[in-house]
Design a protein. Structure first.
Length: 97
């Protein structure tokens, strides 16, 4: 028997897949997005950029911006009954409306 992979991106074949027209690198303007403290932001992972990518289990979650850590943002998300703090670069965030 072959031992199953336990990597960071395992079982993400469909979740981390881009549509056919969106393949390749994303526009550089996504990197220059700014978020204010207290603003709502949703985690939308860009699979073409690996740096500052949160774990796939947080894909689609929405939280509040708590601050910055270097070039990345600290996002507070509630998962179940617990609060979690993510460190996410702006390429993987989208302003929640």
């Amino acid at each position: 028997m072959v031992k199953a992979s336990k990597g960071y991106r395992r079982r993400t074949r469909s979740v981390m897949q881009k549509r056919a027209r969106d393949r390749g690198l994303s526009p550089i303007t996504k990197e220059f997005q700014t978020f204010d403290v207290g603003e709502q932001a949703s985690v939308t992972i860009d699979p073409s950029l690996h740096k500052g990518q949160p774990h796939v289990r947080f894909q689609g979650h929405t939280g509040t911006v708590a601050g910055m850590q270097g070039d990345a943002y600290l996002i507070n998300i509630k998962v179940g009954g617990k609060r979690k703090q993510l460190i996410v670069r702006p390429e993987h965030l989208r302003k929640a409306h």
